[in-house]
Ligand binder design. Structure first.
Ligand SMILES: Cc1cc2nc3c(=O)[nH]c(=O)nc-3n(C[C@H](O)[C@H](O)[C@H](O)COP(=O)(O)OP(=O)(O)OC[C@H]3O[C@@H](n4cnc5c(N)ncnc54)[C@H](O)[C@@H]3O)c2cc1C
Length: 467
């Protein structure tokens, strides 16, 4: 098989590359390779089983058309301060211009016109004042919320548009290897997920957009083919859940409160991430068997709780420089303690140095929205440094949101964000290998829907200008 442009991974980064190429009138042949299924066939068995069955060879929540975006909460962060490090690569103004433009594409495909977190200036001022007093920084970030159900509809529209525009969509096809000879990428070796049968796809330009799930695979490819990269950051934390009554004010005023702090004594960066008013805590399974916690919310179906992640950023240099492996070990240990399930513990029990029991959870005001989470003791697996950061950050948050660090507040673990090693690249996304480009979460430069999508748009502009 031959093509002009091969895109590996049909997540937001890959599909926005294809969309923008079409919008720019590019006539090159585009093949989009995706290991998962088309939008309409994506199903998480948990809908029936009510329990995660650990799908193999990949998780249907994170794989398939639109990648991890399909079942995500669909919160589009409209500020370049959130969602990754693209501004460091191309400059903040350019990154913001790309986000504003990409947002119009989302609107064209049916995103809600409403933007959360704009207006309410006086209330925001008051929240900011309390944040400053608590030693935290409040980041302004308007959010366009698709909602999980609307996100699936929107990405379904995009899939139809790409197919109708002549993009060849290869589902159930895994990129096994990149074909790199003498420092030039010539395409990829593809394998049928069902049969394992391999074929070569020869391409003028190969774009790897394999997402967070493909990070380990890309890391191997970097090692095999000498694609220049550097160790990234890893975020280790917890998913916090409390009654919505506690979070009501910040939910209404900001929708998503993006707070950053550097609590003593370690002064590592700690931040809130992905807040879901009336949302649900969810489990996500990686292909390597790791189960991690996440959260999402629907536009219409609401729980009694609000959940938000608290993440601590960790970097390593030497002699150890493998942040992904480090976080994986933390996750594996936590999974082991939970017998393969997500662990949940009440904040008060952590401070008291005791585990949480299922009967205590059942008697609490806060009922877990992830029913198969197991009550236990997350401190057996959480590194001391990370746990201390989380406790001190939560105490500071309690000043901004009274009751947040309450006895019954639930902490689910492991919440891990792997950002892949950062692939070294130029502002036009060229890697050290000619003809090979990397983008989205797999490249280590993004960590959110909007920034991954925007990086796709940037990629397309570069590829189109070469025609
Ligand atoms: C549950 C959940 C909720 C989230 N909620 C939000 C949110 O509300 N807001 C937000 O901004 N971000 C959210 N995110 C993060 C967001 O989904 C990602 O940042 C975004 O999807 C990254 O886009 P991407 O295209 O880089 O990668 P992905 O979306 O991960 O897509 C990569 C695709 O590549 C495919 N792939 C991987 N390896 C191969 C291979 N070797 N061969 C072929 N195909 C391959 C995968 O199957 C996948 O479909 C959420 C993530 C999850 C998991």
């Amino acid at each position: 098989m031959t093509t002009d442009i091969a895109i590996i991974g049909a997540g937001p980064a890959g599909i926005f590359t294809a969309i923008e190429l079409i919008r720019l009138g590019c006539r090159k042949k585009i093949v989009l390779v995706e290991q998962g299924r088309p939008m309409a066939e994506r199903r998480c068995p948990k809908e029936q089983t009510k329990k995660c069955v650990g799908c193999k060879p990949f998780c249907h929540i994170t794989s398939g058309f639109s990648g991890a975006g399909a079942f995500s909460d669909g919160k589009l962060s409209l500020s370049c301060e959130v969602g990754g490090d693209l501004p460091d690569l191309i400059g903040a103004d350019r990154a913001q211009e790309l986000i504003d433009y990409t947002d119009t594409i989302y609107l064209d495909f049916g995103a809600d016109e409403h933007v959360e977190g704009r207006g309410n200036d006086e209330e925001i001022k008051e929240i900011r004042r309390r944040a400053i007093q608590a030693g935290l920084k409040l980041v302004d970030c308007p959010i366009r919320h698709l909602g999980t159900e609307r996100a699936q509809e929107l990405y379904g529209n995009i899939q139809q548009y790409l197919a109708a525009s002549g993009v060849e969509l290869l589902f159930g096809t895994r990129c096994q290897d990149l074909i790199i000879e003498n420092g030039v990428c010539l395409g990829a070796v593809l394998a049928d997920v069902q049969t394992g049968k391999t074929t070569e796809l020869r391409a003028g330009e190969t774009v790897v957009a394999a997402g967070r799930g493909g990070a380990e695979w890309l890391e191997n490819q970097c090692a095999i083919h000498d694609i220049h990269h550097k160790p990234g950051t890893v975020d280790i934390g917890v998913r916090v859940e409390c009654r919505t009554e506690i979070m009501e004010r910040v939910n209404e005023v900001l929708y998503e409160s993006k707070l950053i702090g550097y609590p003593k004594p370690f002064k590592n960066k700690v931040r809130t991430f992905c807040q879901n008013p009336g949302g649900f805590v969810s489990q996500e399974n990686y292909d390597n068997g790791l189960s991690v916690v996440n959260g999402h919310s629907y536009k219409s179906l609401k729980s009694e709780n609000t959940n938000v992640a608290i993440l601590c950023s960790h970097n390593f240099s030497e002699p150890f420089n493998q942040p992904i492996a480090y976080a994986q070990r933390v996750g594996e240990l936590t999974n082991m303690l939970g017998a393969g399930h997500i662990l949940v513990q009440r904040f008060g029990d952590i401070l008291d140095g005791k585990r949480t029991w299922a009967k205590e959870l059942a008697a609490s005001n806060v009922r877990p929205t992830l029913p198969d989470a197991v009550a236990g003791d997350i401190t057996f697996a959480m590194p001391y440094r990370t746990m201390t950061n989380i406790i001190n950050f939560m105490k500071a948050m309690d000043f901004v949101v009274p009751g947040f660090a309450g006895e019954e507040t639930l902490l689910y673990s492991p919440e891990l964000k792997f950002y892949s090693n950062k692939v070294r690249m130029t502002p036009d996304l060229r890697t050290s290998v000619q003809g090979l480009f990397c983008l989205g979460d797999a490249s280590g430069w993004t960590r959110g829907l909007m920034m991954a999508s925007s990086m796709g748009v940037l990629m397309a502009r570069g590829l189109a200008s070469e025609s």
